[in-house]
Design a protein around this ligand. Sequence first.
Ligand SMILES: Nc1ncnc2c1ncn2[C@@H]1O[C@H](COP(=O)(O)OP(=O)(O)OP(=O)(O)O)[C@@H](O)[C@H]1O
Ligand SMILES: [Mg+2]
Length: 251
Amino acid sequence: MSPTQILEIEDIEKHFGGLAALDGVNAHVESGKLTAIIGANGAGKTTLFNVITGILPPSAGRVKFLGQDITNKPVHEISKLGLARTLQIKSVFNGMTVRENLWIAAQSRDGVFKPFQRASASSRANQVADQLCEELGLTQFANQEAANLSYGDIALLEIGIALATEPKLLLLDEPICGMGPAETEQTVEKIRNLAKRIDIVIIEHDIEVVFEVSDEVIVMAQGKVLARGTPAEISTNAEVRTAYLGDDDDA
Ligand SMILES: Nc1ncnc2c1ncn2[C@@H]1O[C@H](COP(=O)(O)OP(=O)(O)OP(=O)(O)O)[C@@H](O)[C@H]1O
Ligand SMILES: [Mg+2]
C-alpha cells in the first residue's frame, strides 16, 4: 500500500433479485491520480458509485475510505467524511440562481440546513459559493436561475454543488454526457484543474476523453473489473479491446 489508497473496494457484490449487478468487485483509487471507470451499459458502474456513497447497501463486501470502513454507513455520514458525487441524471434546483444552489449546498455541509440563521453565520457559505463560481467559470451566471444555463454549465453547477461540501474525493457519473465538442473540451479542462486539488473518479463512455484526462483506468464488464492500468496499458490490452473497445479497425 505504498501510494495512499483513498478508496478500497473489496469483494463487493450487489444483487437485484437474480441479477448480480456487481459480482465481486475489487478495486482501489490512489490519491493524486485521476481514475476513470469505463465499461458497457449495464456493466455496474453507477451501481458501484451507489454502493460506495451509501445509497445502496452492498449484498457482500467492504468499502474503505481513507482507511476507514464505511460499508453500510448512512449517506450523510459518508458525505461528512469527505466523499461527494454527482448523479448520472442532472439535478440542480432550477428555480434558484447558480449562487443560491451553491450556497445551499455549502450550508448543508454540516448536516442541518438553517435558512434563518444569522447572516454572519452563513458568511462561510457565501465565500464557498463565490469561490466555486470563480473556479468553475460560473461567476457571470451567478445571479441567473439555473434553469437558464446551458447544458454544460448545468453540469459544472452540479460539480460545484458536490464540491460545496468540501470533499476529499469526488465521484463524477458521466459529467460530459450529452455535451457538444466545445462544451466537452471546456468541462474536461475544468475537471483536470480540479484534479490538482482533489481526488476524482470519473465514469465516462467517451474513450478519447478518458484517455486524455485519466491517470488510471478501471474497465468493468458484467459486474466485475476486467482490467486496470494506465491509458496506454488499457488501450493496448487485448482482452479490453475485444470486450469493450470493439477491436474492429474497419468500423
Ligand atoms: N435499482 C435497481 N434495481 C434493479 N436493477 C438495477 C438497479 N440499478 C441498476 N440495476 C441493474 O444493474 C445493472 C447495472 O446497472 P448500472 O446502472 O450500474 O450500469 P452502468 O454501468 O452505470 O450503465 P450505464 O453505462 O448505462 O449508465 C443493469 O443491468 C441495471 O439494469
Ligand atoms: Mg451508469
